[in-house]
Design a protein around this ligand. Structure first.
Ligand SMILES: NC(=O)c1ccc[n+]([C@@H]2O[C@H](COP(=O)([O-])OP(=O)(O)OC[C@H]3O[C@@H](n4cnc5c(N)ncnc54)[C@H](OP(=O)(O)O)[C@@H]3O)[C@@H](O)[C@H]2O)c1
Length: 295
């Protein structure tokens, strides 16, 4: 079912913990050359060792970048292009939920910067390499929580009113809207773009939540390895090779659920599919990143 990824170049963000680290491990086991992006050298090196040991694959590297910084995203892309001969799979996975409104070094609300703007920017800066390496895939991690909100362009960054869960949900809705628009723009290039909700997963994501929520996740929800099953299926299975502009979701959340591929194509919220919203978000994203997209 899974493709042999020997010699294929893969980049995974948020690979220092949780679902991203397990995605990196799964790809390394399939023989890929994996670039794991993390922001912290210690956590990054520990994750690198975990993936190398767990897979026996030595073609795995750690790349350091704080993805809330547009300067560091650009530097990451430059280094990646200098040291890697192609890009067959980009997994945008890094994500945060934070309690208080904070701004990135570029003056963008931090959740929006890491969970969405970094996806937009990294993908667009790597598009030439992805197209050159086609067939290639972009997989963006999102969440079913996107269904609880609408994208509010007047409060996109929680500037009027900050609510951590709404800001997080909006960033994940933006990920799907972006992925769908990207898929439309990439039609005929051999590069696919899909978004995936891994289900509820016990991970560091919930460490800033209330004690009750953190405990609930730790005791009941599936672990990161189970959480990586569906993203890996979308990223590396032959079954999903032709899929593009799709949203994959799983109904399996509990620890004791037997996760197989554990999910399927679902319809996201109505706004996630709205073409006018997608065009507007793309324009806003270009202006927040200074990127003039060529597609
Ligand atoms: N867990 C769930 O229930 C769930 C449900 C739906 C969707 N998701 C999505 O799945 C993805 C992975 O989440 P997870 O549950 O695996 O959480 P996690 O264990 O907290 O992992 C998040 C990863 O993102 C990295 N990261 C955070 N901020 C960063 C920054 N500024 N620059 C670079 N890297 C940064 C973290 O690095 P550090 O190790 O340095 O913190 C970590 O590697 C997220 O996009 C999340 O929205 C998760």
């Amino acid at each position: 079912m899974y493709s042999d990824l020997t010699g294929k170049y893969c980049l995974v963000t948020g690979a220092s913990s949780g679902i991203g680290r397990e995605i990196a491990l799964g790809l390394a086991k399939l023989g890929a050359r994996v670039s794991m992006v993390g922001r912290d050298p210690l956590r990054g090196r520990a994750a690198l060792e975990y993936v190398c040991k767990g897979s026996g694959n030595r073609s795995v590297e750690l790349m350091l970048a704080d993805l809330s910084s547009q300067g560091q995203i650009k530097a990451l892309v430059n280094t990646f292009k200098l040291t890697n001969g192609g890009l067959h799979l980009l997994v945008n996975n890094a994500g945060i939920i934070i309690d208080k409104r904070q701004l990135s070094v570029d003056g963008i609300e931090m959740t929006f910067a890491v969970n969405y703007i970094a996806y937009f920017m990294l993908t667009n800066l790597l598009l030439d390499l992805l197209k050159h390496s086609a067939p290639a895939r972009v997989v963006n991690l999102t969440s079913a929580i996107h269904r609880t909100v609408r994208l509010d362009f007047d409060n996109l960054q929680g500037e009027k009113k900050f609510n951590r869960d709404r800001v997080y949900a909006q960033s994940k809705l933006a990920d799907i809207i972006f992925t769908n628009e990207l898929a439309r723009r990439l039609e005929g290039t051999g590069v696919t773009a899909n978004s995936v909700c891994p289900g509820a997963v016990s991970s560091n994501l919930w460490t800033t939540s209330s004690k009750a929520i953190a405990t609930f996740f730790r005791l009941l929800m599936k672990g990161p390895a189970q959480g990586a099953v569906l993203p890996l299926y979308v990223a590396a299975s032959g079954d999903t090779a032709g899929a593009t502009g799709q949203y994959f979701q799983t109904g399996q959340h509990l620890k004791w659920a037997k996760v197989k591929t554990g999910g399927s194509i679902c319809k996201p919220s109505a706004q996630a599919c709205d073409i006018e919203t997608a065009k507007k978000l793309w324009q806003v994203s270009e202006s927040l990143t200074g990127i003039a997209c060529s597609i």
